[in-house]
Write a protein that binds this ligand. Structure first.
Ligand code: SF4
Length: 62
């Protein structure tokens, strides 16, 4: 599974990074981005929770 953050929708609330720091981190623009090309199986559940918790639905499955 792959995910990406739509930079136009991210409001930098930090929820995804709190929920799943293994996959999401801040980028140089102060927004969230997926730091893993392919999401490891052991954090897939957390990544999905992060996606569902995003207030602007900025996290998409690639
Ligand atoms: S939860 Fe959504 S809006 Fe918040 S930092 Fe992550 S991608 Fe951006």
């Amino acid at each position: 599974m792959k995910m990406y953050v739509d930079q136009d929708l991210c409001i930098a609330c930090g929820a995804c990074i709190n929920i799943c720091p293994a996959v999401f981190d801040w980028n140089d623009d102060g927004k969230a981005e997926a730091i893993k090309e392919e999401i490891p199986e052991n954090v897939e559940g957390d990544a999905i929770e992060a996606m569902e918790s995003c207030p602007t639905e900025a996290i998409k499955k690639a």
